[in-house]
Design a protein around this ligand. Structure first.
Ligand code: HEM
Length: 220
């Protein structure tokens, strides 16, 4: 385990594992939130289950928070070490010819996602913690859909969310295939499949989140 953190290969491996965990979380998160488009009851039931199940609250949620911070800090460490290993910039630097915009700007798109998470936690998570643990209000099963719907009445919030989801898509467009490569999936037969799947994933997941935000905004 210590070796995982002390070598560059080990750190990349750990980074990729945290990325794949977060990729799976995003699919689940989208699925639960998509229920809010299909009906209040379905969304309220799912949110109640997620919000009051001790396994999810006290095991899955701390693991998720750890994965988010780990991914962010490890990204910074890997970038710092990369730059240190290459103190002199290449004489002929033609980034666009050798790499994509997405791969060169993972820190920038990652920072925007982190800023989005700050706003997002304030919007939903802080509110939820306050409700349950500060004010200790009774477990009311039918409040979740109304809370969510009300958040998307504000066009500035909807705009900020949409911009963040587009940058999330750009982050995923490189991050998806990169994490599989770090785990050793470099086979010429399978890599095109991983890339194609990653491209679809990085379009469909953010598009799904955008759809939810726009849906709640236009149905106010
Ligand atoms: C329209 C889009 C989205 C909606 C409506 C939405 C809704 C929510 C809600 C209601 C919660 C509170 C759950 C609770 O603790 O009771 C939450 C938590 C969270 N969301 Fe989102 N979310 C959206 C997009 C995203 C995206 C794109 C990300 C990641 C980049 C994300 C990451 C998180 C995280 C890390 C949590 C805290 C963990 C949790 O409590 O499940 N969300 N979201």
């Amino acid at each position: 385990m210590a070796g995982l953190m002390t070598s560059t290969v080990g750190r990349k491996y750990a980074m990729a594992l945290s990325a794949i965990f977060l990729l799976i979380f995003l699919v689940m998160h989208l699925a639960v939130n998509m229920l809010s488009v299909f009906g209040e009851t379905a969304y309220n039931n799912a949110s109640y289950f997620m919000g009051y199940n001790p396994m999810i609250q006290f095991l899955m949620q701390p693991v998720l928070v750890f994965a988010v911070f780990f991914h962010f800090i490890m990204g910074l460490v890997l970038e710092y070490r990369n730059n240190k290993a290459r103190p002199v910039k290449y004489a002929i630097h033609n980034g666009a010819a050798n790499s994509t915009w997405m791969s060169r700007n993972m820190l920038i798109t990652g920072a925007v996602i982190l800023a989005f998470l700050g706003l997002h936690m304030y919007d939903f998570w802080v509110h939820e913690m306050n409700y349950k643990y500060v004010e200790s209000l009774p477990a009311e099963q039918n409040r979740f859909w109304d809370d969510l719907h009300a958040k998307f009445a504000d066009p500035f919030r909807v705009g900020a969310y949409i911009i963040s989801f587009i940058l999330l898509g750009l982050h995923l467009a490189h991050g998806f295939q990169s994490s599989f490569q770090s785990l050793g999936a470099r086979h010429p037969k399978y890599m095109p499949m991983v890339k194609a799947f990653g491209n679809w994933y990085s379009i469909l997941i953010p598009a799904g989140f955008i759809f939810i935000a726009v849906y709640h905004f236009v149905t106010q």
